[in-house]
Design a protein around this ligand. Structure first.
Ligand code: 2AM
Length: 222
């Protein structure tokens, strides 16, 4: 056996191709602009910590955006995170490394903490999804595999990126309990779709047309 160990990344995931990344950032702005302009949204600002509708600019509220838009498959923390070595040793991970994948975005969501895109993984992509990805952050609940798959589009100041997947699972948990949110309007254009409100400042638009983005499966070592 070799004395050398493989270097483990901060995380593995699907990284958006530059053109699609630029375009998704614009889509995210469009989403926040249209959402922020909805009458129903303006009436429900308290969850975002604002009383006066003139003070809340969602683009400013989500002060931080990721340097590279990506969908994390496995957070390794350079090997410190549980299961990261096992994950990276899998044949499917090695053979998929640096391969191209199309990601399908089915909805966009915003909470007082995060703004993100829900990703619907294909059967092939699910092979790269850790068995315990959902349980890792919500141990008390059960979810269909891949429920947590998402792209972080932005976070409020002081909020960590990891919160986006937790927020997404929170939406899904409410849906699993049989509540589909309150239908409170529609967005148009590139973000066309019905808007649902789930209490506590949780908003989701189900996209009428799924957004497809090109990506490369790889590791981030920075
Ligand atoms: P994200 O996938 O929701 O954007 C580097 O911090 C990347 O790893 C970010 O993309 C972040 O969140 C993700 N990340 C951070 N901590 C994590 C954790 N404990 N579990 C899963 N992903 C995590």
């Amino acid at each position: 056996p070799s004395l050398e160990k493989d270097l483990l990344p901060l995380y593995f995931g699907w990284f958006l191709a530059k053109r699609d990344e630029d375009s998704l950032r614009k889509t995210s702005h469009e989403f926040l602009e249209q959402l922020g302009n909805l009458k129903a949204f303006k009436k429900r600002l308290q969850a975002y910590g604002y009383e006066d509708k003139h003070k809340l600019d969602l683009l400013k509220h989500f002060a931080k955006t990721p340097n590279i838009l990506h969908c994390t498959s496995k957070f390794c923390d350079y090997g410190k995170a549980a299961g990261s070595e096992e994950y990276s040793r899998q044949e499917v991970v090695k053979k998929s490394y640096s391969k191209g994948y199309t990601l399908h975005i089915t909805s966009l969501f915003a909470t007082p903490r995060t703004v993100g895109a829900r990703v619907e993984l294909t059967e092939e992509q699910l092979l790269l999804w850790p068995l315990d990805a959902e349980r890792e952050v919500m141990p008390k609940d059960t979810f269909p595999r891949g429920s947590r798959a998402h792209l972080t589009l932005g976070t409020a100041a002081e909020v960590q990126d990891v919160q986006t997947g937790i927020d997404l699972l929170e939406f899904i948990k409410i849906q699993q309990a049989g509540r589909d949110g309150e239908s409170l309007g529609e967005l148009t254009g590139s973000v066309a779709g019905k808007v649902s409100y789930f209490d506590n400042g949780m908003w989701m638009v189900n996209l009428a047309r799924k957004i497809e983005v090109k990506s490369i499966f790889s590791g981030y070592y920075g």
